[in-house]
Design a protein around this ligand. Structure first.
Ligand SMILES: [Fe+2]
Length: 591
């Protein structure tokens, strides 16, 4: 990443008499020099496509030359229309691949060195470490915006920005094209040419109008999906849309001009879009925050109340993980929440799925699915700060500081950072997605038990790692006498010893529990004779317990399941064959 700098300016003319008179007659020649006055900037990034847009001083046709080797731009795509605003869609690109490009006309390249480069999105559904830059209410065009920008560029170093978001109020004061030139295109020329930008509409982008029309400059400036060109369900409008990037499904809503009512077009589409979403992560963004006590108050302002009351239940039912907003010129970041749809005073303890800090050492751990918790962040201080009481009880942290957010999305983890204009990290949180543990090796025991003890073992697996699992042994149903297990309720109890005080038949069950409290069980039946003379039979089963737990029966005979004698014998033989090596090693099936 190179330092942001303004685009190449139109050559300046020295209007000084008598030179002015000489140049006046040559003005046509000077103007004939085609220059890029805006961009290029990148839109509609997909695994196989990218839209390149730019503006020229002269009305000319457009050509993007591109390729995967810098200096060898052997491919091209054209805009035949003669205009000053240019838009060329590149297609049939290779996923997750770096391209280099230039923009110009059919006759000549205007700009395009090695900094004109982008990387296509990964194939949808494929996890990829993803760096996202989030700016809210940035568009002041002043030194505060510049400081926030420079802090991010220094923080990012050589790490590419895979995509970036603008959370509305992208260009003050009324969202004019000229204001976008000053506050967006002149501020971020390098990021614009390298990273696809996904914006949402703020109140200053419509000059405070709440009319649902496409005549705001925002809609001329940005090319956004209406027909699910980048994934998701077609919204039919650029006001709200969704797209996929790797294993992340992104949803942009219009909290300014769209109908926010439960049966309105936007929330009807939202329900449909979430219903079709299969991505591992769901991140939503819009301008008006559902929870804030910054320069706006989510208890009293209608757009904020309606987004909270009407959109959040749909999003949480759809499994949203992270919600990003701006509008308040502050940084406010919540706990892991679910079900908080009222004013701030109605926040109940039970709505905090996790009331901790979410710091990396104690991350917010959640399951995939409905109502497992989401983090809500207000990041509206990328161009100015404006105070407020900053005491919304849903927030773990509230700061009256300039800054932007950085998201690093991994296969199973989102790291969120608030980066101040000073370069200091003022907040960091982690959301981890937990899946229930699985039984890797069913419960085993040496049986029959000829003495008073027998080794028992089991092994689970989990996305957070086997070492994070806890194994707890117990008996199931009526047993001849209590059984003790040592060790128990530890990770080491995957290999334990059961001690008996009476002969008879026992069902010994291991409950395998992960850090999120999700569990799965596996059990084994043992016969205790104490005589040391006879072999009994062994059956094993697996099942699920706890929230979301699931397991699969490895040996196929579930306790309590009626089965024909022949089937039982056949399955028992299969199980015995599987366990034969385990017996030779003392019954410990660990790997
Ligand atoms: Fe705003």
């Amino acid at each position: 990443m190179t330092t942001e700098r303004a685009p190449r300016p139109t050559p300046k003319r020295a209007w000084r008499w008598p030179l002015a008179a000489l140049l006046a007659c040559c003005a046509t020649l000077v103007d004939a020099v085609d220059t890029v006055t805006r961009g290029p900037y990148l839109q509609m990034q997909t695994a196989t496509g990218m839209v390149v847009r730019w503006r020229t001083n002269n009305a000319v046709n457009g050509r993007v030359r591109y390729g995967t080797v810098p200096g060898s731009l052997t491919l091209s795509a054209n805009q035949s229309a003669v205009a000053t605003d240019h838009e060329v869609a590149l297609s049939a690109l290779t996923p997750a691949t770096r391209y280099y490009y230039s923009v110009g006309t059919s006759a000549a390249t205007i700009v395009g060195d090695a900094t004109y480069t982008f990387v296509t999105a990964p194939t949808t559904g494929t996890p990829k470490p993803t760096r996202v830059w989030v700016l809210g209410d940035a568009g002041t065009g002043n030194s505060s915006q510049t400081a926030v920008r420079d802090a991010y560029l220094a923080y990012a170093g050589t790490t590419p920005t895979d995509l970036w978001l603008m959370l509305g109020d992208n260009a003050y004061n009324t969202g004019l094209d000229s204001e976008y030139q000053t506050a967006v295109f002149n501020l971020y020329p390098v990021t614009l040419r390298q990273s696809a930008l996904w914006p949402t509409l703020g109140n200053h982008d419509t000059a405070q109008s709440t009319t649902f029309v496409n005549t705001y400059p925002y809609f001329d400036i940005f090319t956004l999906p209406t027909a699910a060109q980048a994934g998701g369900v077609a919204s039919g409008t650029e006001h709200y849309y969704s797209f996929d990037y790797g294993n992340i499904h992104w949803i942009c809503l219009d909290s300014m001009t769209a109908d926010r009512s439960p049966g309105g077009a936007m929330l009807t589409w939202l329900t449909s879009d979430l219903g079709a979403a299969t991505a591992h992560w769901i991140i939503a963004f819009w301008h008006h925050p559902p929870y804030t006590k910054g320069s706006h108050d989510s208890d009293t302002e209608t757009p904020l109340i309606e987004m909270r009351t009407n959109a959040l239940p749909i999003l949480e039912a759809g499994g949203v993980d992270l919600v990003l907003s701006g509008h308040s010129h502050s940084y406010e970041r919540s706990y892991l929440l679910d079900g908080h749809y009222g004013v701030s005073s109605t926040l109940a303890a039970g709505m905090k799925i996790n009331g901790g800090s979410g710091a990396s050492a104690s991350p917010y751990t959640k399951l995939t699915g409905s109502h497992r918790g989401a983090v809500y962040a207000v990041a509206g201080s990328s161009g100015q700060i404006a105070g407020g009481t900053l005491n919304h009880p849903a927030m773990y942290i509230s700061l009256n500081n300039l800054g932007s957010m950085v998201l690093d999305v991994h296969d199973n983890r989102i790291d969120g950072t608030f980066l101040r204009e000073t370069g200091a990290v003022a907040d960091a949180f982690t959301i981890e997605k937990e899946t229930p543990p699985r039984v890797a090796t069913p419960a085993n025991a040496v049986t029959p038990v000829n003495g008073s003890t027998t080794p028992v073992s089991v092994l689970g697996e989990d996305d957070a790692g086997e070492s994070n699992l806890t194994y707890t042994w117990s008996t199931v149903g009526s047993v001849p006498a209590a059984v003790t297990f040592a060790p128990n309720a530890t990770n080491g109890a995957k290999a334990s010893t059961a001690t008996f005080t009476a002969a008879g038949t026992y069902i010994l069950q291991a409950t395998i529990t992960d850090q999120g409290g999700n569990s799965v069980t596996s059990s084994v039946t043992v016969n205790v004779t104490g005589s040391g003379t006879a072999w009994g039979s062994t059956t094993a089963s697996t099942g699920s317990a706890g929230s979301g737990g699931s397991g699969s029966s490895t040996c196929g005979v579930g306790t309590g399941v009626a089965a024909g004698v022949a089937a039982v014998i056949g399955l028992a033989i299969a199980c015995l064959r599987r366990r034969e090596p385990l017996r030779r090693t003392g019954g410990d099936g660990m790997r």
